[in-house]
Design a protein around this ligand. Structure first.
Ligand SMILES: [Zn+2]
Length: 239
C-alpha cells in the first residue's frame, strides 16, 4: 500500500487535534492517507493504552485512513535513538508517502519535540541506501509541521470548513481524554470544558486569515514554489 500522505503524532489524538481536517480533505480528493502514533499513551493521566487503541481505530474509520499504526515507543520517553529512527525509516519505506506531517519542534511536551526530531531525521536517512532494512530506500518530498506555537506564522493554511464537523467527530472518539462531567478522574489540559471551544477558536482564527470559516495551519522549512501565480491567486481572489 503506497500512501500519499502520512502523519506522525507522538500520542494517539495529537493528529486529530491539528491535522485531521486536512487528512479528511485529502481523502476526499482521492489520496491515500495514514497516521502513525509513536506511543500508546500508557503515561496518560486518563484512559489506558487499550482504550486509546480502540479510540484511535474508531477515529481512523471516520477519517477514512488506509493505515493507522502504533510504533509502541515508550510514552514520556520518546528519545532520538537509532532504534526509534529505524522504526520510522521502516515505516517510511513501507508506505512511501510523498508528504509527511509531524510536530513542530518547539513545544512544551518533550515527546512532541523528539517526535519532530526523529521523524525529520528519519525522512532524510530513509533515502540512504546503506541504511539496511531489507527495503528499498525512499525519501519523502516534503515535511509539513503542525501544532505551531501561537507566535509562529503558518507557511500556509488549509481551508477545512467543510470538514470541521467530521474532524470534531473523530476527535470525540477519544472520549477518555476529553471533558466528561461524570468522570471523577484527574483533569488534564484536554479534559477541562474550555478545551474544545479553545480548539475551535484556533481553527476559526486560522480561518479568518484566509476568509474561510475553519482552517488548519502548517509550517514548511523550505520555500514553496508556485507554477502559475495568476491561477493560484485568482482562484483565491478575495481581498
Ligand atoms: Zn501529544
Amino acid at each position: 500500500m503506497k500512501l500519499d500522505a502520512l502523519a506522525f503524532g507522538a500520542h494517539p489524538d495529537d493528529i486529530e487535534l491539528v491535522v485531521s481536517g486536512t487528512l479528511l480533505k485529502l481523502t476526499d480528493l482521492g489520496y491515500n492517507t495514514g497516521v502513525v502514533d509513536m506511543v500508546r499513551g500508557e503515561l496518560g493521566t486518563r484512559g489506558t493504552p487499550q482504550i486509546r487503541a480502540r479510540e484511535a481505530q474508531a477515529s481512523a474509520r471516520i477519517l477514512g485512513l488506509k493505515v493507522r499504526e502504533n510504533l509502541k515507543l515508550t510514552d514520556g520517553q520518546i528519545f532520538d535513538t537509532q532504534p526509534a529512527r529505524l522504526k520510522v525509516i521502516r515505516t517510511l519505506r513501507k508506505y512511501r508517502p510523498g508528504l509527511v506531517f509531524t510536530h513542530y519542534w518547539d513545544d512544551q511536551h518533550p515527546d512532541h519535540v523528539h517526535t519532530s526530531q526523529i521523524v525529520t531525521e528519519a525522512c532524510y536517512l530513509s533515502g540512504l541506501a546503506k541504511i539496511a532494512t531489507g527495503q528499498e530506500r525512499f525519501r519523502p518530498q516534503r515535511i509539513l509541521y503542525f501544532m505551531l506555537p501561537r507566535d509562529v506564522k503558518p507557511s500556509f493554511l488549509v481551508d477545512i470548513s467543510q470538514y470541521f464537523e467530521r474532524k470534531m467527530q473523530a476527535l470525540r472518539c477519544f472520549s477518555s481524554q476529553l471533558y466528561n462531567p461524570k468522570s471523577r478522574g484527574p483533569q488534564t489540559y484536554l479534559s477541562v470544558p474550555e478545551f474544545l471551544p479553545a480548539l475551535e477558536s484556533l481553527h476559526r482564527y486560522y480561518g479568518t486569515l484566509i476568509q474561510s470559516k475553519y482552517a488548519e495551519g502548517f509550517y514548511c522549512k523550505e520555500a514553496i514554489s508556485i507554477d502559475d501565480p495568476v491561477a493560484f491567486f485568482m482562484k483565491r481572489g478575495r481581498m
